[in-house]
Design a protein around this ligand. Structure first.
Ligand code: SAM
Length: 300
């Protein structure tokens, strides 16, 4: 059991902290909550103890675990593991019945101030001042939640659909490389740390899953206007089979460029001939800088 009064924990301590601790059985939690999981509400509960045990251990070394955030705690199987390695946990659950169940099930932890349960939509509620986030995410809103979390600059360990995870972690030139890879990589190093089969969940989802670790860092390039950079990346990848010249011309309505033709004229021919999937994030940053200087963006 972690020392609730101690200094900020670290991921290096997560294995020690959790050692010999008896966790709540995920199947028993489902029974006590009286739920089966409703896929229409993004409810697929993790019931494989080994996967549950490993998830907190993927936090980067030296992570400050003093205040962990969990999105979509469900019946609390992962919450229980997080309480073993954190000083405090805040859990945001959209389903009000599950939030009520958690308040009963974890009454002692709530009473002692170690757990806060917020009933609400993780896309809307104000996020607490967390030090790291560990979650088995609702897949229907993975992307908006992830891009709410990443700009906070905190380590995360998150479960995604496998295909989404691979796109997030892809490098330039990979088949999966795209908008998601560049946008996530703008904020953090992204690694797929464990594939998770459908059978680890109840009810099993239609797709395979994977756990992803993100370790925040500054990018190896600079951008003056982050929103324009992200919009520009999004715009070019809507035309991934076109070369950069045509992609810029065809997507001014998405990137917000006022004068796409002026941007094309300002860029070297070698760049214009490439496809977006062959541009490293630093190349996108350079092109976005030239684009902002020569052709926009428009004001709104
Ligand atoms: C994939 S389940 C994970 C449950 C639990 N963490 C586990 O591993 O067993 C996703 C959970 O997120 C909740 N959820 C769905 N959409 C949400 C949202 N927008 N904000 C917060 N929670 C949400 C669901 O009710 C469900 O409990």
């Amino acid at each position: 059991m972690t020392d609730a009064d101690g200094a900020a924990g670290g991921a290096a301590n997560t294995a020690d902290a959790a050692e010999d601790r008896e966790y709540r059985d995920p199947d028993a939690l489902l029974r006590r909550a009286g739920v089966r999981g409703n896929p229409d509400r993004d409810q697929h509960f993790l019931v494989d103890d080994r996967v549950l045990d490993r998830i907190p251990t993927y936090l980067p070394d030296e992570t400050d675990t003093s205040h962990l955030l969990e999105i979509g705690p469900g019946t609390g199987a992962l919450t229980d593991r997080l309480l073993a390695v954190a000083d405090r946990v805040t859990a945001i659950e959209r389903d009000p019945d599950l939030a009520d169940f958690l308040r009963e099930e974890f009454a002692d932890e709530i009473e002692s101030g170690r757990l806060t349960v917020i009933a609400g939509d993780a896309l809307d509620v104000e996020l607490p001042d967390f030090t790291a986030c560990v979650s088995n995410l609702p897949y229907g809103v993975s992307s908006p939640i992830t891009f709410r979390l990443l700009p906070e600059g905190k380590p995360t360990v998150l479960m995604f659909q496998k295909e989404f995870a691979e796109r997030m972690a892809a490098s330039v030139g990979d088949d999966d490389y795209g908008r998601l890879s560049v946008s996530a990589g703008h904020y953090a190093d992204v690694e797929v740390v464990e594939p998770v089969p459908k059978g680890a969940f109840a009810p099993p989802p239609d797709v395979e899953s994977a756990v992803v670790r993100t370790t925040p860092r500054d990018p190896d390039y600079t951008v003056d206007d982050e929103q324009f950079f992200l919009d520009f990346v999004k715009a070019l990848f809507t035309q991934r089979r076109k070369n950069v010249r045509n992609a810029i011309r065809n997507t001014a309505h998405i990137s917000g460029l006022a004068e796409p033709e002026a941007v094309v004229e300002a860029l070297p021919e070698e760049t214009l001939r490439k496809r977006p999937g062959k541009l490293a994030p630093s190349a996108f940053a350079e092109i976005a800088g030239i684009a902002a200087e020569h052709g926009g963006p428009t004001d709104g």
